[in-house]
Design a protein around this ligand. Structure first.
Ligand SMILES: [Fe+2]
Length: 235
């Protein structure tokens, strides 16, 4: 069974699920996809956009009740995918934005247009709060799209790296494939997660992603990815 540390399953708070029905469908799809724990990570942009916290809590409760009523083998936890802003380190330090399931891991997202300097500076500041930054879907940022940069951000800031399962299941250009090969064979990628947003188009695909990780990079690699995700919810 898998732990999905990146999911937009809670409806009405970001560009993820749009209705309660879609949330319910995505919860069932997650179970069918072999997932037994989801950390719900809605988009947050600290200090720029106000997060609809009341709606999130109400819809999270509704989703948890659905799981109970349906008897699904699924646990929902709370987190956030934090688009890095100037206010992020301060708000993290003050405990005003959530980490992943209350752990010491904070999922940080960047814009694909951010420079390497911006990203490294941001990771340094997040690490300076005492938390461990988890770079959401690292494959999306051209400025740090090479293996040397992946090694560097781990070495300098202790950052962890998450790749979307869908990026493994989709055919990738040659240099992206080489980047993935190095990330996984060197054990630099820490997590794969679904980043699911919808029932269709950006649906869950954890089993397929893990299967590819196992086939291409070995059973040990797949086990390591699974254990790392479970580790977050234990810490
Ligand atoms: Fe996301």
């Amino acid at each position: 069974m898998f732990t999905d540390i990146h999911s937009h399953v809670i409806w009405g708070v970001d560009d993820g699920a749009e209705t309660a029905e879609e949330t319910f469908g995505m919860l069932k799809a997650a179970v069918a996809d072999g997932i037994d724990t989801i950390i719900c990570t809605p988009h947050m942009t600290p200090g720029v956009y106000e997060f609809p916290e009341e709606d999130f809590q109400a819809h999270f409760r509704e989703a948890s009740e659905f799981i109970e009523t349906e008897g699904l083998n699924l646990k929902l936890l709370q987190g956030a995918e934090i688009l890095y802003t100037d206010s992020t380190p301060r708000l993290l330090r003050e405990g005003k934005i959530p980490t992943l399931a209350g752990s010491r891991f904070a999922m940080i997202e960047f814009s694909p247009t951010h420079s390497k300097e911006f990203i490294f500076n941001a990771l340094q500041k997040v690490a300076g709060t005492g938390l461990v930054p988890v770079v959401a879907h690292m494959e999306r940022y051209p400025a740090i799209g090479k293996i040397d940069e992946a090694r560097e951000l781990k070495r300098r800031f202790g950052a962890l790296i998450q790749i979307n399962a869908r990026s493994l299941t989709r055919k990738q250009p040659f240099f992206r494939r080489k980047f993935f090969d190095a990330l996984f064979t060197e054990g630099i990628c820490d997590f794969i997660a679904t980043d699911t947003h919808a029932m269709e188009g950006r649906e869950t695909c954890m089993t397929a992603g893990m299967k590819i990780a196992e086939e291409k990079y070995g059973a040990e690699c797949a086990r390591r990815l699974e254990t790392a995700a479970r580790g977050i919810i234990r810490i």
